[in-house]
Design a protein around this ligand. Sequence first.
Ligand SMILES: Cc1ncc(COP(=O)(O)O)c(C=O)c1O
Length: 406
Amino acid sequence: MKSITREDKLSYYEDHHEIFDSKAIDTRAVHVGQPSDAIHGSINVPIHMTSIYSQEDCGVPTFDHMYGRDGNPTRDALEKCIASLENGKFGLVANSCMSVSMLAIHLLKHGDGMICIDDICAATGTYLKKIVKPNYGIEIDYVNFRDTKNIEDCMKENTKMVWMESPSNPLLEIYDIKAVAEICKENNIILVVDNTLMSPYFQNPLQLGATIVIQSVTKYLGGHSDLVMGALVTNDEDLYQSMRETCSIMGQTVSPMDCYLVLRSLKTFPLRMKKINKNGTKVAAFLEENTQVDKVYYPMLKSHEGYELHKSQATGGAGLVCFELKDADCEEAKIFLKSLKIFELCKSLGGVQSCASCPSVMSHKKMPKEEREKIGIKDGLIRLAIGVEDIDDIIEDLEQALKKIQ
Ligand SMILES: Cc1ncc(COP(=O)(O)O)c(C=O)c1O
């Protein structure tokens, strides 16, 4: 068999990259990082089940890798593809979104400070409160990002990182990513944007000025509720190398099988996002017209306070739709949820299946009612994660469940 040199392989990847890098996201999701296999011609990236790699000389790898904790060709393909979807240069995947969040936070040192949105998602919030602040000696200030002056007022000499989401989870508050990025740039501060709720299909924080964008791949990129993974993308090579090294040292690697599953999911990612967005928009409009519903939270509704801002930085609303049942207590919210037949009763989002949850009796159950209501989570708040099912079936299911609490 003709042997393939490292140079042959690199130029093969580079040529392939050049063809697709300027194409539309629908095309990039299918092709970037995934040329047909150079030896067998298989058109899908093989699942490279190996923990070790051959070396052509002592300490010199035959191709790219020497040990599975540091890298894997199936993972390389996925990282290239996700970086391209986020319109960034360097991608890194790890075994959950919390893992990539940790890699970003590890850029900070004891005594550094970070500023966070005050309605940060529960998973990251718990990590910051229970581990980062007490154990790593990082000073954390929580600020309302609606007025970006609050961020400037909170800046101190030790502030090294700003952390935000837009929309926030679950109340879908919209914050001005570009304005925050400008403040961060002026002050030489790293801006991390958790883009999970929008996915790279609807919003590209790097193009709005973010330093690092992170994704829970578990959600829209994975898309089938069958794996847990996180990704980060940046254009800053030094930060990337530092996070990559931490990832290897800490062993936050992902299995080649899971990388393959995500590559497979990415091929239909644009199709899924279009359908989810269409369904989400119709569900939000249906709920807004319903007399049993008090308030609907969906950033692509004209009635949403952040509508204009969201439209200026994102191209869709995706699938998270929240609403308040009128005068409902926790028991009525539970009856509604248990009456749903198509929606799964669970708290995640981003899969092909529609899911429903009630934060007051699920994700925020342990929080005292007064505290919970202060952050806007009322007893009757319902969180829907819309999937790809037929829209008439979804609406019929919501209608029949609403009738159960009339
Ligand atoms: C916005 C957001 N970021 C991060 C996470 C954590 O993701 P993972 O479970 O993949 O670590 C979640 C999970 O719900 C989320 O909604």
